[in-house]
Design a protein around this ligand. Structure first.
Ligand code: ATP
Ligand code: GLN
Length: 147
């Protein structure tokens, strides 16, 4: 993560143990993105079908007409990944690496702090709540057979 800045700085990023990486992506790139995420030990991902518009002024993606009616929203996929702080930059780099075409409409990534992660089944919170079977912790622990 970037250097922690003073809380009154305009560049301040809230400090947290966990962050949510929320990426709005081209639907046809999701397969590439998710398989790359699997390779770096990401097991928990939530995906939703969404529609939206960005600037996209004068772009190929922009539909005819300048008015943003519901009919010219562009179909996208939203991917939400909650990870521990030390995985954030790797996840962001992986998403960019797999999702970027360089053309207008590649999407955007939003990063926000997450106060806690609670596994409903067990009631585990914090690091235990965030950790997943086959995840990064498993990948680097001796004797694990990760796929
Ligand atoms: P359990 O071991 O009880 O199954 P789990 O941690 O594996 O717990 P699930 O119950 O499988 O969690 O998760 C349910 C859904 O929550 C997943 O399908 C996914 O959409 C979402 N999810 C889980 N973990 C994350 C995460 N770290 N980031 C984003 N979404 C997640
Ligand atoms: N950090 C978790 C682990 O190593 C995985 C987090 C995730 O899959 N979103 O188990």
């Amino acid at each position: 993560l970037p250097i922690i800045r003073a809380q009154n700085s305009p560049d301040y990023i809230p400090v947290a143990n966990f962050y949510k990486v929320e990426a709005i992506l081209r639907p046809w790139r999701i397969q590439k993105v998710s398989s790359a995420l699997l390779k770096i030990g990401i097991r928990g991902v939530t995906v939703s079908d969404v529609r939206g518009f960005g600037a996209q002024g004068g772009s190929a993606e922009r539909q005819a007409g300048s008015e943003f009616s519901e009919d010219n929203f562009v179909v996208k996929v939203k991917m939400e990944i909650v990870v521990s702080k030390d995985q954030v930059e790797e996840v962001i780099a992986t998403i960019i690496g797999e999702a970027r075409t360089g053309e207008i409409g590649d999407g955007k990534i939003f990063l926000s702090p997450v106060a806690d992660v609670i596994r409903i089944r067990t009631g585990e919170r914090g690091e235990k709540g965030e950790r997943m079977t086959g995840g990064r912790a498993d990948m680097f622990s001796a004797g694990s057979s990760s796929t």
